[in-house]
Design a binder for this molecule. Structure first.
Ligand code: HEC
Length: 278
């Protein structure tokens, strides 16, 4: 039943993919008897976008009586996968040129306490994945394996989602909503000042900060919604902060912030707008 639905899902995309899917499904079943007793839930992997590589997120639960330590990950379809976490950069100036991973640093061990749960989420632990030749297709799934200290392995399938659908794919977790305060203009104003936006965009968002005056193209003047290249609503601005502006420029990525923080910044940016009628 499971296998036939796998075949059905892939049938339209050609024979070789069907075979790969079935083999991967069989491998997944064989690995259900993994050495490690940990449980991987809600795994999702993003399709690479702009300068942002593929990212893998999941929740890992350790129902056993002993702590375990995650030391690495493997992803079918990938050349490399590494556990990273955001570096608390205040002003990631050159990050736009170097890509989001410049904001991340490698993590060698992630402990999961006995009976404990650890979430890999945007803004927290992330498996950054360098994809191989096989393109990720939305709605497909790929097999991911977590490596544990002492040689244990545990596998699950990660749902492939476009970056914009990530929040939705991760979102219906009540714990995540409890942890993150809802986005607000006030939180956005604080982040705007603490995270370096003022240096380029200026304290009133007119694109006239001290660094901004030296840049070509100049930073956006937030007073005019019409000037935005990537869209000017909350969703679009939050996405711009996460994935960057395709044409480049000095605008850094803020992929290390949480989605709620990016939305707060977006709300604040919008609050600086002057309606066209005035
Ligand atoms: C190093 C300078 C610099 C910093 C710091 C910076 N920006 Fe920018 N920003 C720019 C530049 C330059 C552009 C215009 C890029 C272009 O036109 O391609 C821009 C464009 C934008 C845009 C317009 C996107 C669009 O669709 O046109 C938004 C929104 C934005 N920045 C928000 C922010 C926020 C919020 C922060 C702080 C979290 C920030 N920027 C920090 C330089 C900066």
């Amino acid at each position: 039943m499971v296998l036939s639905s796998f075949e059905g899902a892939r049938g339209a995309r050609g024979r070789s993919l069907t075979v790969v899917g079935v083999v991967a499904a069989l491998a997944g079943i064989a690995c259900a008897a993994d050495t490690a007793g940990i449980v991987i839930e809600r795994a999702v992997i993003t399709i690479p976008a702009n300068q942002v590589p593929s990212m893998l997120y999941f929740t890992v639960h350790n129902p056993g009586g002993d702590p375990v330590t995650l030391v690495g990950a493997e992803v079918e379809s990938a050349v490399r996968a590494a556990i990273q976490s955001p570096t608390p950069h205040r002003m990631p100036l050159a990050s736009a040129a170097r890509g989001a991973s410049a904001l991340m640093s490698h993590v060698h061990e992630v402990p999961v306490a006995a009976g404990g749960t650890v979430r890999f989420t945007p803004g927290g632990f992330t498996v950054v994945v360098e994809q191989g030749a096989r393109a990720l297709v939305p709605g497909d799934s790929v097999r991911v394996t977590l490596l544990l200290a002492g040689g244990g392995r545990a596998s699950a399938r990660a749902l492939v989602v476009p970056y914009d659908a990530l929040e939705q794919a991760l979102g219906d977790d009540p714990a995540a909503e409890r942890d993150a305060p809802p986005p607000s203009v006030a939180a956005g104003r604080a982040l705007y000042h603490s995270d370096g936006c003022v240096r380029c965009h200026g304290s009133l968002g007119r694109g006239d900060g001290p660094v901004g005056l030296t840049l070509v193209p100049p930073p956006r003047d937030f007073r005019s919604a019409a000037a935005f290249k990537n869209g000017a609503d909350v969703e679009a601005i939050a996405r711009t902060l996460a994935t960057g502006i395709p044409s480049g420029g000095a605008m850094p990525l803020y992929a290390h912030l949480s989605e709620a923080e990016r939305r707060s910044l977006a709300l604040y940016v919008i609050s600086l707008r002057i309606p066209p009628s005035q």
